[in-house]
Design a protein around this ligand. Structure first.
Ligand code: AKB
Length: 318
């Protein structure tokens, strides 16, 4: 039986994607890999786990061959804010790590690869409203540089080697199971945690900052749907625009205040404001809708209600 390997399996996306894939395809058919030292109990208990580093192509290749891996989800990355603190490391993990993974994959007979791009592939010269699928890609962060270069690398490996690589440009992802780390859109998750814990939040972008966002269940479902779509439906081999909702930091705070009585939010923009200002406000994802039937299910209200009820249970036990 063919198997999947999730590299970066304990991150914000990986920890939920690994469990969703195991539920769908069987625990033993999805290998979870990380270079971190510990797997969360749910992942450790539900299927095989490996320690892999995207810098070590030989070890990745051995693992792919030993498990008979057919599909790879390569999620290991530094996010935008951490990437600006350490651009060299971001380049190594995000871009050289992707190349190592793609080389190990094609040398091991892997058929399909998923790799996430991001709205960070866009930059200050990109049209910011309803950003088109094909447009200016001149990001101002190292994270964005690795995303644009990675998209082109994925397309090149598809055209040159026939490796069936698929990708989406995720918006900011909101989730309650695993917290994000080092991203510019992290405020959209932190605000919920702090509202439940302390009824107050100091937001690191200004109230009028509008960014495209998506709730994690939509992101996981979209990723699996893209990977299951027939190859002839995939017309974009760089990365698909993907959208769900757009809101300002103020609108988010108002929604949280509706659900958490006495919640208050203050604003103290830091260096992440400049990154947020360089990204689109809204995304045109009509190509993904046309090609493989993408449709989001969560808007701001539905997402916030689900976040608050799950976090109340997780953090307060009620
Ligand atoms: C980040 O903020 O860096 C990420 C992203 C939009 O890719 N969440």
């Amino acid at each position: 039986m063919a198997k999947a390997l999730v590299i970066g399996a304990v991150g914000q996306i990986g920890s939920e994607l690994t469990l969703a894939l195991r539920k769908k395809y069987g625990g033993n058919n999805v290998v979870a890999a990380t270079r971190k030292s510990e797997f969360p109990p749910e992942i450790a208990a539900s299927g095989p786990c490996e320690y892999l580093d995207v810098a070590d192509k030989a070890k990745m290749k051995l693992s792919m061959q030993r498990h008979g891996i057919d599909t790879i989800y390569q999620l290991a990355a530094l996010l935008s804010a951490t990437g600006e603190k350490n651009p060299d490391l971001a380049f190594e993990i995000n871009l050289l790590g992707l190349k190592n993974t793609l080389d190990a994959a094609r040398e091991s007979g892997v058929k399909r690869v998923f790799w996430p791009s991001s709205i960070a592939a866009f930059g200050p010269t990109t049209p910011r409203e309803n950003t088109p699928q094909r447009t200016v890609l001149e990001p101002s962060t190292m994270y964005g540089v690795t995303k644009v270069s990675g998209e082109l690398l994925c397309q090149y490996y598809f055209l040159r080697y026939g490796l069936d690589i698929r990708s989406v440009r995720y918006p900011g992802l909101v989730s309650w199971k695993a917290e994000p780390g080092g991203g510019t859109t992290d405020y959209s998750v932190a605000i919920f945690y702090e509202a439940i814990r302390n009824k107050t939040y100091k937001c690191f972008v200004g109230p009028d900052t509008v960014l495209p966002m998506m709730y994690m269940p939509d992101a996981i479902r979209g990723t699996i749907e893209l990977m299951e779509a027939p190859a002839e439906k995939i017309s974009v081999r760089t990365s698909y625009n993907l959208a769900a909702m757009s809101f300002s930091a103020r609108e988010l705070a108002e929604e949280v205040a509706r659900l958490v009585p006495d919640f208050s939010c203050t604003y103290e923009p830091d260096s992440r404001q400049k990154i947020a200002d360089s990204w689109p406000k809204s995304i045109d994802d009509s190509q993904a809708r046309r090609d493989w039937g993408w449709a989001s299910k969560y808007d701001l209200r539905k997402m916030s209600e689900d976040m608050v009820s799950n976090l109340r249970l997780k953090l307060l036990g009620k």
